[in-house]
Every structure is written in C-alpha cells, then in structure tokens.
Design a protein around this ligand. Structure first.
Ligand SMILES: O=C1CCCN[C@@H]1CCCn1cnc2ccccc2c1=O
Length: 510
C-alpha cells in the first residue's frame, strides 16, 4: 500500500505511513511511546553502529555493559543532574505481587550507574584515560506527544563515558566525538547538521558545557538536537570521589597524604532519533528515500518488457542475466537484489521498492540484452540513465556516490536557506512563522533566553490564533557569520538591552 497523504499536506500522517508501510517500524499497541524497530530500520542502526564503533575503537574506547537498574540512592547523588529529569524516571516497584523494599530505577542514562565504579577503578593517573562506551537502551517516561524514533519512551543509543587527567585532554575528545557525530549524519545519512555549543539553560545541567550537532526539519521548520557531546568538568568526579594523587607533588616530608586531584570527564551519545531525522528529511510522497551508504538494498534489478508474446527461453535468458548482474554487483561490494516475483507487474515492483527507499533501480528486458545495457532509475530524483552491462561495477558505485552527494547538497541548500540572520526583534517571530530558524546576536544570559521563549510563544496582539511554540536556543554555532560582525560592547542583543556576545541559533524545536 502506497502513501496516501502528501508530505507537505499532513506531515505527521505522512511520517507514520512511511515508517509503517515501508516496514521500518510497527506500533506497539500495548505501551504508548514504544515501537517495534523492524529489520529495515534496525539495519540502518547497525550501519551507524559499525561506522561509529570502528572510529571510537581507533580512539582507544572500549565497549562495556552496566546494569540497566539504578538505586534511588545512586540516582539522586547528584541533585541538579536529576531534579529536572526526575519526572521522566521509570521505577520498578514490585516483583511479582509483592512490593519491593527499595524501588529501583530503569536507567535514563548511566552516569550514576557507572561513576561509583569509576571511583573504585581509578586510583592513580596511570589508570587514565579511562574510555568506556556502551550500546544499550534507555527509558525516559516523557509526557510530551511521542513520535516514532524522534521522541520515544525507550530508545537505543550509545553512551560514551571517559575520564581524563587534564581538562585539555577532555576538551579535545569532546570535539573529536562531535566530529564523528557530524560524520554519521553528513557522510552516512546525508543529513546536514550545524555544530555548536549549548547555552547555559540548554546544556546538560550536570556538566560543564555541552556541544551539539543540530539538524533541521524543513517541513515543520523546526530544529532538532541530533547528538550531544558533553564535557562534565570535575562535577561528577567531586560527587563520586573519582580522584588520583598528584603525580607532580612529591609526597611531602611529614608523609602527609599527597594532594588528590579530581579527574576531568566527558559523556557523549547518539540515539535512534537519527533514523527518524533521516526519514523526515529525505522521504517524499512515494515513501522512503534511503541514502545509499546505509541502505540494506542499494540496487534492485527488475525484469521489464516481458509480454505474453515473450518466449519462455527469452524470459529465462533475461532472468539469468539479472541473476548474473546481481552476483557481479554483490561481488563488487554493492548490495543488490533481483525481484523476479512472477506474480507482480514491473509497475507494482517499482512502487514496492520506491516505498522502501531503494536508491537505484535497474530495469533489464529482452531489448536490453540485445543492446547490452540496462536502464538505471535513481530514487532520489527519478533521473534515468542507460548503463552498458559491461560497465556496471564502475558506473554503479559512482552513481551511488553521486546520489549520496546530491541528497546531502540538496538538504544542505534547504537548511542554509532556512537559517535567517535576524538583527531586529520585530523580524524574529515572522521568520519563525516562515518555517525558519534564526541566527541572532545574543547576550547569552539565561533570563534573556527565558524572555525570548516567552515573547516568541505569544502570537502578535492582533492575531487570535492559539499561542505558537516558543523559540529556544538550539546552539551557539562554532562557525559564526562573518558580517555583520558583532562588536563587543556595541552590538545589542536581539532581545534585551544587554550587549551581544555571539550569534546564537534559535528556533522552534522537537
Ligand atoms: O546526553 C548524554 C549522552 C550520554 C550520557 N548521558 C548524557 C547526559 C544525559 C542527560 N540526561 C537526560 N535525560 C535524563 C532523564 C532522566 C534522568 C537523567 C537524565 C539525564 O541525565
């Protein structure tokens, strides 16, 4: 069954129809906010895992696995880390019919699970750096409207947790990991992202600073946090007593304890939200459009031009050729499949594989055998091209790379066009209403951010429509606009009468 609504007309229906009818996902009726990730989507997660895993292994990160349960005592050891999140924590309170003495929480993240053991394992600076990662699920009982992949009560992610002797080493790793997240999005998913640092209000409260890659969903004009890499500073080290003795300080003459130094920590994560972002950005009215590098089927080969007049041996020759082409492509590392089902027409098959986002289709019929060629059809832009059958293993990889590049460039152009530099407050809300995110000179003060959110959620006085969602700060981009340059002590903040420090990206968001 094809997609019955237009992406731009009814985005949320379009999104759920694409996910269900492409067989990426199934609704889990039993529990709201939970979904079944089916093979087509799970394969994408595995592609992301293998890319990210091989990169972090080169950085010396080791995989580990900690329990999914955390005691109330541990969870609450760090007040300002948990207080804001407390309503989202899911608790196990019973075993069978009897109440548990002490309820235990299901991990919403693993800092408080892991760090008591970091404290136990890290004794001297020679135990540093400690770099652990785990691929797991986490549970956050959010009350906002759930959305498949984008906001779910259970999701899959990786969470990296590292401990370093110096801040410099921690800082360097934060940015190394953020660059890997950019690569996951841009080089694997063909999704453009903006790198930046979160405001004080938006950062991870338990940390020192949060860096982020921010995506953009053009259909709704909303920003979306795509992945985060936090420097935790020494905050958690102080709470969990993760210390090493100072190797430079000589044990002083009275033999008193050498000075204890708190380690510097990072934590970083990317989740299955990445799959939803990719679908939202690239999908069209025919269904999924998969970036070639994460597609489980990159090329589908379909017999065409077979009519009732085609002889059995002619049909057989076409099918044998198709099987040879598939074998040749697979041995060249291209994931190709043949659709030889003889109870469906070519047209039916075209729709079937377009719905599932297969990047490239090859049509082969009796005439193509004679001309020794195949007709290739790109899923992203529909462009058709005849390819000689003896040039497949060079042409197809090139075409797949071109498809990735074109998908990325197209999405990047749209993102760039929807980032508006706004210098006057009266242009702020109209820009948001035009489905844009805005880049504004900003003072970076928390109270000002609250005010911007409040001012941008009110509709203009004459407008009696329901208040719109307020804008929040998405990030302070590392790449700042060249002009008009912000002159410290001169350029005004977009919203308050303070002075602007840097340009900040604001927008309605997920
Ligand atoms: O982002 C990451 C990356 C991976 C490791 N953890 C950090 C920070 C998680 C922040 N966070 C996010 N939601 C929560 C929900 C409930 C309790 C605690 C939390 C919580 O600490």
């Amino acid at each position: 069954m094809g997609i019955e609504v237009k992406k731009d007309a009814d985005f949320s229906t379009w999104y759920t129809q694409v996910l269900k009818r492409s067989e990426m996902l199934e609704y889990y009726e039993e529990v709201s906010g939970c979904y079944i990730i089916r093979p087509l989507a799970y394969n994408i997660w595995q592609e992301i895992q293998s890319f990210f895993d091989s990169a972090i292994k080169k950085m010396g990160v080791e995989d580990t696995y900690f329990p999914m349960f955390v005691s109330q005592r541990q969870l609450e050891r760090e007040k300002d880390h948990v207080e804001g999140f407390a309503p989202e924590v899911a608790w196990v309170t019973k075993a069978g019919s009897s109440d548990m003495e002490n309820p235990i929480a299901i991990r919403p993240t693993s800092e408080t699970v892991m760090y008591p053991y970091f404290s136990k394992w890290i004794r001297t600076h020679r135990d540093l750096p400690l770099k652990l990662n785990q691929w797991c699920n986490v549970v956050r009982w959010e009350f906002k409207k759930p959305q498949p992949f984008i906001r779910t009560r259970e999701f899959l992610w990786q969470e990296g947790h590292t401990a370093h002797f110096t801040k410099e080493e921690a800082d360097a790793e934060v940015h190394q990991i953020l660059e890997l997240y950019r690569q996951v999005y841009e080089d694997l998913l063909a999704v453009p992202v903006i790198k930046g640092v979160k405001s004080e209000k938006e950062k991870f409260a338990g940390g020192l600073y949060t860096t982020t890659v921010e995506g953009f969903i053009p259909t709704t004009g909303r920003g979306i946090q795509a992945a985060t890499s936090h420097c935790l500073g020494q905050n958690f080290a102080k709470m969990f007593d993760i210390v090493v003795e100072d190797p430079n300080a000589l044990a002083n003459s009275e033999g008193k304890e050498a000075k204890k130094l708190h380690v510097w920590q990072n934590s970083w994560g990317i989740t299955t939200r990445s799959i939803g972002v990719m679908v939202m950005i690239h999908g069209d009215d025919k269904g999924l459009v998969l970036p070639p590098r994460i597609a489980s089927v990159q090329v589908i080969v379909i017999p065409c031009g077979l009519t009732v007049r085609t002889s059995e041996e002619e049909k057989k020759r076409v099918e044998e050729k198709i099987n040879d082409v598939v074998k040749e492509l697979n041995s060249a590392g291209i994931k190709a499949k043949a659709d030889l089902r003889d109870n469906y027409t070519p047209g039916y098959k075209f729709n079937h594989w377009e719905l599932r986002g297969v990047p490239l289709r090859l049509e082969i019929g009796p005439r193509d055998l004679k001309n020794n060629q195949t007709l290739s059809v790109r899923r992203d832009n529909g462009v058709k091209e005849a390819i000689p059958l003896d040039k497949l293993t060079t042409c197809i990889p090139e075409t797949l790379n071109t498809i990735h590049k074109d998908m990325f460039e197209k999405a990047k152009k749209i993102y760039d066009e929807h980032v508006k530099v706004i210098l006057k407050w009266e242009d702020f809300v109209p820009a948001l209403d035009g489905k844009n995110v805005v880049l504004v000179p900003w003072c970076e003060q928390e109270h000002c951010e609250d005010k911007i959110k409040e001012k941008s959620s009110r509709r203009q006085p004459e407008d009696d429509k329901a208040p719109s969602m307020g804008a929040k700060s998405l990030c302070i981009p590392f790449e700042q606009p060249k002009e008009p340059a912000i002159v410290p002590g001169e350029t005004n903040c977009i919203s308050c009468d303070g002075f602007a420090k840097r340009y900040a990206l604001f927008g309605r968001s997920y």
